[in-house]
Write a protein that binds this ligand. Structure first.
Ligand SMILES: Cc1cc2nc3c(=O)[nH]c(=O)nc-3n(C[C@H](O)[C@H](O)[C@H](O)COP(=O)(O)OP(=O)(O)OC[C@H]3O[C@@H](n4cnc5c(N)ncnc54)[C@H](O)[C@@H]3O)c2cc1C
Length: 431
C-alpha cells in the first residue's frame, strides 16, 4: 500500500497514547495518525489527570513501563527504584515525554491531536467514516477504539441532588470538592481514598465519612513485591475455586498476582453463567484485594482512622435530602448523617446505548460482550468482531472497552502489551 494512510485512535487517555507511542516506535513509512481526544492534554484520561501530588499510582514503578520489553523504562524516568509509587500526575507526564521523544524521531508519521469527540463510525468501501460531534466527517483506513471507562455508576437516591455544586457526581472527570467540613464519600475504593486524603489535608478541621455496603477499604501492597505464584489448573475452573486458591495461599498477594496475569484467558474460558457468578458473588472481594494502595497511603489512612477524622461505615443509603447548604442522609439501618459535601465514588459502568459503542452494536458493526460489558474482539487478538463474529481487519479495540471479553484489561501492565500488539497490527495494515 502506498501514499498517506490515515489512522484514527478514538480516545487519547493512557490506552490511546500507548498505541501512539508504539506506532511511533514502529512506523517507517508515510502515515497520518489522528488522536481524537476532547481533553486538552493527551495521556491523562481518567487516572492521570489529577494535579494532586498526593494521589499516587497503585502499581509500583517497576510495572508501569510503557514497554513490555524494557520494564525499567519508567523506573529510569523517575530516577527512583522499582518499588517506588509515583504520583499519578507524573505518570501522565512520563507518557507525554515518551511520546514526544518517539514522535520527533519518527519523521515519516504525523501525529495530530484533534480535540473532538467521535459520534459514530460507519463502513464505506472498506474504510471507516468517522462523524464527529462538531459535524466534521473524515474517512480513515484503520481505527483503534481506546475510549476507556464509561460513565459513573449512579445511585437512585443521588439523582435528586445531581446539580448541587457540593455534590460531585463524576470525580474522574470533575474533581471539584472545595467546601470544608464533613465530606461523605459513597463507595470506599481507591477513588474514595484519594478524595478523603485530599480533603483531610486541605483543612485540619475537615472530616470524612466513607459509606459502602461492605465497609471494606482496599488492601495494601507490601513494600517489596513477591513473585506471582503459578496458578493450578483447578483454580481456573470457576470463580469459587479461584477464590479458594487465593484465600488459602500462604501469600494471597502473590497468588492473586498470578491469577491476574492469566485472567484474560481464564475469563474467556468461563461460561456466561460463571462470569455472572463472579460479578454477583466475588467482585467486591476481588476489587478490595486486587486494587491495592501503596504502603505509604495505607499509613496515612491508618493515621486518619486512628485520629477519628476518617470513619468508615458499612451500610446502605435510604435517602438523601438537601437542607440549607448541607445534605441529610438516612441509612437503611436508621442512622442519620450530615454532610457538607458529597462525592459519588461508586466506580464507573460500561458504555451505554447512547455512546459510540452503542452505535456500533446497534448497527451490527460490533457485537456486545458478555454481560454487556463493552464489545467483543477475536480473542486473543484485538480485531473488533461484527454481530456475526466476523473480525474487521481494520478496526481494533484496547483497554476497558474489552472488559466483558478479557476482564483484566484496565491497568498499565495489561494495556502496554495490548498497545504493542495493536500497534503492530495497525502498522502492518497501513504502512
Ligand atoms: C482513579 C484511577 C486510578 C488508577 N490508577 C492506576 C495505577 O496506578 N496504575 C495502573 O496501572 N492503572 C491505574 N488505573 C487504571 C486505569 O484505568 C488505566 O491505567 C487508564 O486510565 C486507562 O486508560 P484509558 O485510556 O483506557 O481510559 P481513560 O482514562 O478512561 O481514557 C479514555 C479517553 O477516551 C476519551 N474518549 C472517550 N470517548 C471518546 C469519543 N467518543 N471520542 C473521543 N474521545 C473519547 C475520553 O475523553 C478519555 O480521555 C487507575 C484508574 C483510575 C480511574
Amino acid at each position: 500500500m502506498s501514499g498517506m494512510n490515515r489512522t484514527l485512535i478514538v480516545g487519547g487517555g493512557a490506552s490511546g497514547l500507548l498505541v501512539a507511542i508504539h506506532l511511533a516506535k514502529l512506523a517507517t513509512r508515510s502515515n497520518l495518525v489522528h488522536l481524537a481526544e476532547p481533553r486538552e492534554i493527551l495521556g491523562q484520561g481518567l487516572a492521570y489527570s489529577t494535579d494532586d501530588g498526593g494521589h499516587l499510582l497503585n502499581v509500583p514503578a517497576g510495572r508501569m513501563s510503557a514497554f513490555a520489553d524494557d520494564s525499567e523504562h519508567f523506573v529510569r524516568w523517575t530516577g527512583r527504584d522499582s518499588n517506588y509509587f509515583a504520583p499519578r500526575k507524573d505518570y501522565g507526564q512520563y507518557l507525554i515525554d515518551t511520546f514526544e521523544e518517539l514522535r520527533v524521531a519518527s519523521r515519516s508519521t504525523t501525529f495530530e491531536h484533534i480535540r473532538k469527540e467521535v459520534d459514530s463510525l460507519n463502513l464505506k468501501d472498506g474504510k471507516w467514516v468517522a462523524r464527529f460531534k462538531d459535524g466534521d466527517v473524515i474517512e480513515y483506513d484503520v481505527v483503534v477504539l481506546a475510549m476507556g471507562h464509561g460513565k459513573p455508576i449512579e445511585l437512585a437516591s443521588l439523582s435528586e441532588i445531581d446539580s448541587d455544586k457540593n455534590y460531585v457526581s463524576d470525580p474522574w472527570r470533575n474533581l471539584n470538592v472545595t467546601k470544608d467540613g464533613t465530606l461523605i464519600g459513597i463507595g470506599t475504593g481507591l477513588t474514595f481514598i484519594d478524595l478523603a486524603l485530599s480533603h483531610l489535608k486541605r483543612n485540619s478541621s475537615n472530616k470524612v465519612i466513607g459509606i459502602s455496603r461492605n465497609g471494606l477499604l482496599p488492601e495494601a501492597h507490601l513494600p517489596k513485591r513477591a513473585q506471582p505464584l503459578p496458578v493450578p489448573a483447578a483454580a481456573k475452573t470457576s470463580p469459587t475455586e479461584m477464590r479458594k486458591f487465593i484465600d488459602e495461599s500462604s501469600d494471597w498477594r502473590a497468588a492473586q498476582d498470578g491469577v491476574r496475569h492469566e485472567l484474560p484467558d481464564i475469563w474467556h474460558s468461563w461460561s456466561v453463567e460463571l462470569k455472572q457468578e463472579f460479578f454477583t458473588n466475588h467482585l467486591r472481594w476481588w476489587n478490595v484485594h486486587r486494587h491495592r494502595v501503596s504502603p505509604e497511603i495505607q499509613e496515612e489512612v491508618s493515621q486518619a482512622l486512628n485520629s477519628g477524622r476518617l470513619t468508615i461505615l458499612a451500610c446502605e443509603i435510604e435517602s438523601i435530602e438537601k437542607n440549607e447548604g448541607s445534605f441529610n442522609l438516612k441509612t437503611k439501618s436508621g442512622e442519620r448523617l450530615i454532610a457538607d459535601a458529597l462525592v459519588n465514588c461508586l466506580g464507573y459502568s460500561a458504555w451505554g446505548k447512547d455512546s459510540l459503542l452503542g452505535q456500533l452494536i446497534d448497527s451490527g458493526l460490533a457485537k456486545a460482550a458478555p454481560l454487556s460489558l463493552g464489545i467483543c474482539s477475536d480473542f486473543p487478538k484485538f480485531n473488533v468482531v461484527d454481530e456475526n463474529e466476523k473480525p474487521h481487519r481494520n478496526l481494533f479495540a484496547i483497554g476497558p472497552v474489552l472488559l466483558g471479553e478479557r476482564f483484566e484489561t484496565t491497568a498499565i501492565p495489561e494495556l502496554k502489551e495490548q498497545a504493542q500488539e495493536v500497534a503492530k497490527e495497525v502498522s502492518k495494515f497501513v504502512l
